[in-house]
Design a protein around this ligand. Structure first.
Ligand SMILES: Nc1ncnc2c1ncn2[C@@H]1O[C@H](COP(=O)(O)OP(=O)(O)OP(=O)(O)O)[C@@H](O)[C@H]1O
Ligand SMILES: [Mg+2]
Length: 339
């Protein structure tokens, strides 16, 4: 018999522990948790008040006795205890009442992660209830998630733009051959918009408002039809609430710096790619995943800058978690991609 007692009762889970969102895939079921990576705690940090979407609603609106924490920053754990609590909460919820065996957990991590940061992820997952922890590089998981032939001797290029990190990786023969990681992503774009609103409009806005502006009218390439939207915030001079109409052209200007970092990182990754794999990439194209890939015109900008066919995958926010799921479902086939 090939299966062991453990795998028979298996409730293995895959976790995309992202800076912005955490997704949990349960073997045989699919993605069962998809929530913002945010925790609300009481002021002395002893009690969880809310986790995920509910905690997100509280951001910037908490009374003095509650704080909201985003335990990940730039793709890695920044607040260990809170990250562990959040993982425990999500894993428990994903398993519902199947407390048969402690799960094996596959966690997706940035390819630029250090040994110390890896250790922190392993420890947090173990303390959150994992029986065994396997790590996989996020761009690898994303590539598996969209069905690229990662085990074959052909080069595939993935650009994953998340909340905290942008990773560009070339994958071949179950390994990451070249990667460039920048600790710049959607969060940085939001910050750039907050700064811009202060400088250009004397308007103080929160992170969530900045994100809305980015999603609705943000872009990396001139739009066919430029857009505008009313933005509410606090006037920095009169100190009263105010509404300002913001145009997509100015937002694009504000986003230039983070966008340029992503463009340059892509160029750098291409420079470092061995020629045989470059020719594969030219033939097969480049795929974009992660929420940041939805920024309007970013694919077009990258296409023009690199001359390569670049395309955004369907449902880019779930590619990594779906990849983790495929790994769980076919652990033998993907053993080599785990570390
Ligand atoms: N339509 C959109 N346009 C621009 N940005 C978007 C859009 N939708 C989502 N985003 C951004 O995508 C980011 C979240 O993406 P994702 O969930 O892939 O990140 P993550 O995996 O949590 O982060 P990381 O991989 O860096 O740890 C957020 O910054 C969010 O604002
Ligand atoms: Mg991610």
């Amino acid at each position: 018999m090939r299966f062991s007692f453990g795998s028979f009762f298996s409730n293995d889970v895959g976790v995309d522990l992202g800076t912005a969102n955490t997704l949990v895939y349960v073997k045989g079921e699919g993605i069962v948790v998809n929530e913002p990576s945010i925790v609300a705690l009481d002021r002395d940090r002893r009690k969880l008040v809310a986790v995920g979407a509910e905690a997100r609603e509280m951001m910037g609106r908490t009374p003095e006795n509650i704080v909201t924490v985003r335990p990940l920053k730039d793709g890695v754990i920044a607040d260990f205890d809170v990250a562990e609590e959040m993982l425990r909460y999500f894993i428990r919820r994903a398993q519902r009442n199947r407390f048969l065996v402690r799960p094996r957990v596959v966690v997706c991590v940035p390819s630029g992660i250090t040994e110390v940061e890896k250790r922190a992820v392993r420890d947090a997952a173990e303390r959150a209830g994992a029986r065994e922890v396997f790590l996989v590089a996020e761009p690898m998981a994303a590539a598996i998630g969209v069905g690229l032939p990662v085990n074959e001797p052909v080069g595939s290029m993935v650009i994953d733009i998340g909340g905290g990190t942008s990773e560009i990786a070339v994958i071949s023969l179950s390994g990451v051959v070249t990667h460039v990681s920048e600790r710049v992503g959607g969060d940085e774009m939001d910050q750039a918009i907050v700064q811009f609103m202060k400088k250009a409009h004397n308007l103080l806005i929160g992170e969530r408002m900045a994100e809305q502006i980015k999603v609705q009218i943000g872009s990396a390439y001139p739009l066919e039809k430029e857009l505008e939207m009313p933005v509410k915030g606090r006037d920095l001079i009169a100190n009263i609430p105010k509404t300002v109409v913001v145009r997509s052209e100015e937002v694009r200007e504000a986003l230039q710096e983070p966008v340029n970092i992503i463009v340059n990182a892509t160029r750098m990754a291409l420079e470092r790619t061995p020629p045989e794999l470059s020719s594969d990439i030219l033939d097969r194209g480049v795929i974009m995943t992660g929420g940041g890939s939805l920024l309007k015109g970013l694919d077009r900008r990258l296409r023009e800058e690199t001359g390569l066919p670049v395309s955004v995958m369907d449902d880019p926010l779930t590619c990594v978690a779906r990849g983790a799921g495929k790994i769980l479902e076919n652990i033998e086939e993907y053993r080599k991609v785990l570390f």
